[in-house]
Design a protein around this ligand. Structure first.
Ligand SMILES: Nc1ncnc2c1ncn2[C@@H]1O[C@H](COP(=O)(O)OP(=O)(O)O)[C@@H](O)[C@H]1O
Ligand SMILES: [Mg+2]
Length: 419
């Protein structure tokens, strides 16, 4: 504006000077020369302004077309006056050599039909009704049935006066963010459910152990006590041998039941002989109890495993074996322990029914139960992983990967030292 003012002032000054010159000298040719110069100057200025205007226009076009947000300019009758390529992509009109003309000229409600044009939630209506700026979340349903979540921001294009001539709409695609938010919310619910499920499981497990102790060990000891009491009262023991062997048998049974319970709670073999022997024992016991052929192999030799990792792998293998017994109807199971450089792998492979891993993964901690979800969570705390491969009718292969050294323990010890 300042520059235009200067130009006008310069032109006015020259005109005044020219007129003054003419008034003084009455010389037409001088007047003519000055007027030509004046017109040349004005033409030059106009050309410069045109170039600047074109440069500005091209910059604005580039910003509009190259924006990663979808953009539309829409008039009051909902006609699309301009659109950019991001919008073309977002509304599913891409690819196949897409051209902007596929959108331009259409009504905005034709390219995302689920917006209610006459309601107060329509950004165009809000702007034409006089608002300066309007923003809202919007879900666009595409032609292929998929949905795009975006934030649409609308602002007016004004010409003379206050009336909006058209509306500039800016669409920011937030589909990925929304998906992540959903995943995060689902994950949080799973963790909360797992926490409460864990305490319930703990209580159930205590109850089971108490019932087992009552029904087996303490029942046996009670009978034995009665027998010994009766023996004490007998003055002449006729069937001494028979009574003693019955008591001996009862004590033996109680001892074996106690041992079974101890192993169920926490197998001493894991702490005394290590992971390799504990896994072998786990397979032996499971094989004896169920009609499934278990085979175990290992190449661990004397490799040392941190006790935290050994407990983790043992409990994980136990859960995987329980899954095979519970869900797979397998006849054969292979358990393998393999030592890598820094990581070890434990594989549990069955020839059972198999299952749809992708659905189960989504449902982990949901309807399916918490076994696999719990394993995944615990392994990721140790920087390990669980890989599941399964084929319906053919069987399942679960591979547990964990480091020999417990980084998780190092980390929590470091944290404790810091505090
Ligand atoms: N070895 C397997 N064979 C067949 N299905 C399995 C196997 N392991 C897991 N599954 C399926 O995966 C689901 C999730 O297992 P899990 O998380 O341990 O929960 P739960 O055992 O309590 O059902 C099971 O309900 C079952 O349908
Ligand atoms: Mg399970």
């Amino acid at each position: 504006m300042g520059k235009h003012f200067k130009t006008i002032a310069a032109i006015s000054a020259i005109v005044i000077l020219t007129l003054a010159c003419y008034a003084i000298h009455k010389n037409y040719s001088l007047l003519f020369v000055i007027l030509i110069a004046l017109m040349g100057g004005a033409g030059y200025q106009i050309r410069r302004m045109n170039i600047r205007f074109e440069a500005l226009n091209s910059e604005l076009n580039q910003i509009f077309n190259k924006s990663t947000n979808g953009m539309l300019i829409v008039d009051e009758d909902h006609n699309i006056l301009q659109a950019n390529y991001a919008m073309l992509k977002m509304t599913g009109y891409e690819p196949s050599g897409a051209s902007l003309s596929r959108i331009v000229g259409k009504k905005c409600y034709d390219i995302y039909p689920n917006i209610n044009c006459n309601s107060s939630s329509c950004p165009c209506k809000r702007i034409f009704d006089g608002e300066q700026f309007f923003e809202r979340d919007l879900t666009i349903s595409l032609k292929d049935g998929s949905q795009v979540h975006c934030i649409v921001a609308a602002s007016p294009f004004r010409k003379d006066g206050d009336r909006a001539m058209s509306v500039m709409l800016d669409y920011k695609d937030i589909t990925e963010r929304k998906e992540n938010e959903k995943k995060f919310a689902r994950y949080r619910t799973q963790l909360q459910t797992m926490a409460s499920e864990l305490s319930l499981t703990e209580e159930r497990e205590r109850r089971r152990l108490a019932t087992n102790l009552h029904d087996s060990v303490s029942q046996n000891l009670f009978i034995t006590k009665m027998k010994v009491g009766a023996l004490r009262k007998c003055e002449n023991l006729v069937n001494k041998d028979e009574a003693l062997s019955e008591i001996y048998g009862n004590i033996d049974k109680a001892l074996s039941e106690t041992r079974t319970l101890i192993f169920e709670i926490s197998p001493p073999i894991l702490y005394e002989l290590g992971l390799d022997s504990a896994l072998e024992w786990l397979c032996d016991t499971a094989g004896k109890k169920h009609e499934i052929k278990f085979s175990y192999s290992s190449d661990m030799q004397d490799r040392k495993v941190d006790i935290d990792v050994a407990i983790l792998i043992f409990q994980t293998a136990r859960e995987l074996i329980n899954n095979v017994i519970k869900h797979s109807r397998a006849t054969e199971v292979q358990v393998m322990l393999r030592a890598g450089k820094e990581y070890l792998r434990c594989v549990v492979e069955d020839n059972g029914s198999g299952f749809d891993v992708s659905t189960a993964q989504q449902d982990l901690g949901g309807n399916a139960g918490f076994g696999l979800f719990n394993i995944k969570e615990r392994l990721s705390y140790f920087e390990g992983n669980l890989l599941l491969e399964s084929e319906i009718g053919k069987g399942t292969k679960a591979t547990v990967i964990a480091p020999f050294k417990s980084y998780a323990r190092e980390y929590s010890e470091e944290k404790n030292n810091e505090n």
